[in-house]
Write a protein that binds this ligand. Sequence first.
Ligand code: NAP
Ligand code: MG
Length: 470
Amino acid sequence: MTYEKLFYDGDWHASTGTETIPVVSSATEQEVGRVPRGTADDVDRAVKAARRAFESWSRLTVEERAQWLEKLAAAMKTRVPQIAEAIAHEVGTALGFATKVQAEFPIMMIGMNAKFIREAKLEEELGNSLVIKEPLGVVGCVTPWNYPLHQVVCKIAPGLAAGCTLVLKPAEMAPLSAFMLADAAREIGLPKGVLNIVSGSGRVVGEAIVSHPDVDMVSFTGSLQAGRRIASVAGDGIKKVCLELGGKSAFVVLDDAPFDKAIPAGVNNCMQNSGQTCSAWTRMLVPRARHDEAVELAKAQLAKLTLGDPFDKNTRLGPLASATQRDSVLAFIEQGKKEGATLAAGGGRPANLPTGYFVEPTIFANVNNAMAIAQEEIFGPVLSIIPYDSDSDAVAIANDSAYGLSGGVWAGTPERALGVARQLRTGQVDINGGRFNALAPFGGYKKSGIGREIGPLAVEEFFQLKSIQR
Ligand code: NAP
Ligand code: MG
């Protein structure tokens, strides 16, 4: 799975640099591919191509752009097995989950954006004004490794639909699916310069995109730390920024909830993709009187999530994506023990899996929300169970976080759950097992970000508004 060239201006081009980036399998620690380590000069060429392409792409009819998206989705569909395999290696996602969630789902979202743009209301009369939504321009996209294709699609599909042209830097650790997307774009003959991909490091290629004078908007998904840097660099150039950052989401289990359903659902949510999910419910808030019962149910559910090789069909949880990620998660676990939380399950590296970046799924009980394991985004399979004393106490604990990305509430009745959901300062809340919805806007309050992705409302991020008075 080696790609020797970058993709811009409608074709493959050798990097102006000579270095390459190894792509490593999280389960075997062996190299499975390589991509170019791009340079600022490569970025400049890609941005110029995007700028040239903007003229014609932004003037296509909505129907023409919708058809391009449908063609791109169709070309990507034929690549599902390769995409899933690549991501199972890169991220460690179990193959079955990788196929559905890492490959099929984002490909479906490409097609959905065709529908969104066809149905978008692009002009509106307001008093004596005609208000027009126009494509924003050249968009620089920088994405992380945990759901690599999904995060790319969340930017490029609405961006292309809206009439923008794009330059993308995928994560160093998981770049392969972006190259498969480039391959699909070339195969269908997507107009040149509309979609450009430059792999490389955040420090070099990422910064070159964010600071490039010809980039009008930056759409970033990743850590708070990098988001802060990107927002300030983009701010310097007065560029629009969309930031999808981290989370430390709370799942509030109310005293009348069916614990036998709610607790397992909460554990599954937290552990999805081995906890490497920005929206994961990593804090489980339970009534103090039922804390021990909740811990037992959580442990029983955790025992069902088999840890192992992502390519083994019995595996639910694979390894973490990298040695750095593993070591950082293990350090948080040590900190949780030191701070006095009760280690209820897991807590280290699994003895039976010496190779690969595995960490045992871990549960801490009797966690105080002030502890680091309740405040910091661990980005691994670590659940903190936190007791609360009343509904208002639960809401206060849930909101006592720098982040506000996601969350859940489970109650005896939907009305009661909704009442609590309304009080959470967070961009998404699932009540009583409500499922993920690909039409719903996704994004953060507070330090979880700025702007929204996913669904028809996300296309709006890629427009400028023009008012014409008459
Ligand atoms: P990261 O270190 O912030 O990296 C994200 C991307 O930004 C990578 O492509 C990275 O390049 C690049 N980058 C880093 N510094 C940069 C800079 N100064 N300028 C431009 N680009 C820069 O995050 P990560 O470790 O890959 O991903 C995990 C984080 O993403 C978690 O905090 C998670 O919560 C967050 N996340 C949020 C969402 C959401 O929708 N809210 C979704 C998924 C993940 P490299 O490839 O060189 O690292
Ligand atoms: Mg990183």
